[in-house]
Each structure stands twice: as C-alpha cells, then as structure tokens.
Design a protein around this ligand. Structure first.
Ligand SMILES: N[C@@H](CCC(=O)N[C@@H](CS)C(=O)NCC(=O)O)C(=O)O
Length: 311
C-alpha cells in the first residue's frame, strides 16, 4: 500500500507515491482513469480503497477495480505532483451496481449470487416472481426474450444465462482471474465444466423438477433419476486428483455445479460410497463464508416446495 494521507471532506486529498510524477503534467486538469499507466491504475485502486474506507466505512462496494472496469470515470485533479484530489460527487456508487433480475429458488440465479459474493460485487437485486408469471410480462421479454432468470442489466447491457453472466462479471469486476483463469488450458477446463452444467446437468435436473412444478407430477420417474445419477458419475471422475470441479482451485464451474446440485440431491442423493469425492466437494463448498446467504436459503425454499408437491 502506498502512503496515504486521507482527509475526508468534499474534496479529499491523498499523498501520492513518488512514481506518480511520471504522469505528464496535466495540472488542475481532470483526467480519466483509463488515461493512467497500468502501474498508476493499480496504485490508484489502493489509494481509492483507503479513501473509501475512511470516507464510507468498510461496507461500500463495488470495489475500485469494478469502478475501473465499469468504465466509469473517476475524476481527479493533480494540482501538484504529490497529491491527488478526488471529487466526491463525481463517484456515483449507486449507479454502478449492476442489476440482477433473480429469484433465489432458481439454481442458475444462485450460481450468480455465489460468484458475485466471491468477487465482492454488489448487485442490485430485483425479484422476479416466476409463479406469478412476471418473467412473461412484455417489459421482461423486452430485455430477455427467452424469459429466464437470471438476467443481468449492466448499465443498459442485458445478458442472460448464468454461465455467460458469471464469465462476464468475473472478467469485468473480478479483482483477479482466479475464478475464471486467463490461462488457456485452465480456462478451457472451466468452460468444459460450464458446458457440462448447461448441457448435461441442467437439462437432467429440469427433467425432474419441471414436471413437478409445471405439470403437477407427484413422483420422480426412475429413468430421470438414473440419468441424473449418471451425471454424478462424471463429476466423480472430474474430481479425480482435484479439490475442485475444474482443477485445484475454486472457479465459476464450482459455483454453477453446486447451485445445480444442492437442491436436487435431496431427491436424487449423491451416494457417499459411490461418489465420495463429490460428497466431499459438496461439503467443502458449504464452508464458503457466503454460502448460506447465496445458496442455502434459496435451496431450502426449492427443496421445501418440491417436498410439498411430491407424494
Ligand atoms: N441455462 C440457463 C437456464 C435458466 C433457466 O432455465 N431459468 C429458469 C429458472 S431455474 C427460468 O427462468 N425458467 C422460466 C422460463 O423458462 O420461462 C441459465 O443457466 O441461466
């Protein structure tokens, strides 16, 4: 951390580390974050964090990194080469939290909630009542003609499908690439697991849950349960020699797959003897500090609902 000298007032002055003098002289001129060198951007983020802590306490988010990535201009002036002045009014925190149309009962929604928590991204949550058909209203169809949740609204850019959203928010708002690695081989494996979730797990879970929710089914056909259990077998092999679904560290593949499985395993159990690695991984995921809020609450609602419908 560079030395910072923070005075909280409408204009906040911070001491700059010496290398800031590399900045071509633009005295008293307002600059855009994008105009800084990489080194200055990194330093600015540290300084900005310190300023936020002092000015607003620890809870404010999104992070300085996300402000940078959001392309929001942070205006400042350099009246001399050793200090920086923030113009508080020019930093619009509230405008910057992307909106997520969501319903926590939905597994793909919960995968996004998990990812957002992991990268410290605050989301402006807007509840969509699927049972009341709010996702079929014209205003929702306008932003997502596929009428699914989750849908992200990032300053007027609309994106749906949880896998696409998770990749997007990690790239744009993540502090580093740990959840969605830039290394091609690591990323390739994460993508493969995401497609496995989208192409194999989600449809197999949907084949069980859909008829219960939409067609009044009161039991789970054995064939559908077996199909899903076969996907558990694949996951068991993915975890061979690895702690996480796509390798040795937590990625968005873990978020997607835990959100898909956490509810349905109450009805199509993961067998401890047949799937020891999958069981262990699920237990580990439950230890994430934000797990209860981001995934457990919605899972419990889904499980309760399904239980009430099954004979
Ligand atoms: N592949 C999509 C699946 C999204 C999806 O099917 N969401 C369900 C809730 S779990 C939904 O919105 N269903 C309402 C509909 O399809 O009309 C994703 O990962 O986001």
């Amino acid at each position: 951390m560079p030395d910072t000298n923070v005075n909280v007032s409408d204009r906040v002055t911070l001491q700059l580390p010496p290398f800031w003098s590399e900045q071509p002289k633009k005295a008293k001129q307002l600059l855009k974050f994008e105009e800084l060198s990489d080194r200055q951007q990194a330093s600015f983020c540290d300084i900005f964090e310190a300023w936020k802590r002092k000015a607003f306490g620890f809870t404010i988010s999104p992070t300085s990194e996300s402000i940078r990535c959001a392309g929001t201009y942070i205006l400042y002036s350099i009246p001399n080469e050793s200090e920086i002045k923030f113009v508080r009014d020019s930093v619009h925190f509230n405008k910057m939290a992307p909106k997520l149309y969501y319903n926590e009962v939905s597994p793909p929604v919960r995968s996004v909630l998990l990812t957002a928590k992991a990268i410290g991204l605050e989301l402006d949550l807007e509840q969509i009542n699927l049972f009341a058909g709010e996702h079929l209203k014209p205003e929702y169809l306008k932003i997502n003609p596929q009428h699914t949740v989750p849908t992200l609204d990032d300053d007027g850019y609309y994106l749906w499908d949880s896998h696409a959203i998770n990749k997007y928010i990690c790239e744009k708002y993540g502090q580093n690439d740990s959840l969605y690695p830039k290394d091609l081989h690591k990323r390739g494996t994460v993508d493969q697991r995401l497609f496995f979730n989208a192409g194999i797990i989600q449809p197999r879970v949907g084949a069980i849950v859909g008829p219960i929710i939409r067609q009044g089914a009161t039991s789970i056909p054995k064939e559908n349960a077996d199909n899903l259990a076969a996907a558990y077998d694949f996951l068991e092999t993915f975890l061979e020699g690895h702690e996480y679904i796509a390798g040795d560290s937590l990625t968005i593949a873990d978020m997607s797959i835990i959100a898909s499985l956490s509810g349905i395993v109450h009805f199509v159990p993961v067998a401890q003897n047949k799937h020891p690695k999958l069981s262990k991984w699920m237990n580990k995921m439950q230890q994430l500090p934000y797990y209860v809020e981001a995934n457990q609450v919605g899972t419990d609602k889904l499980v309760g609902f399904l239980q009430s419908k099954l004979a």
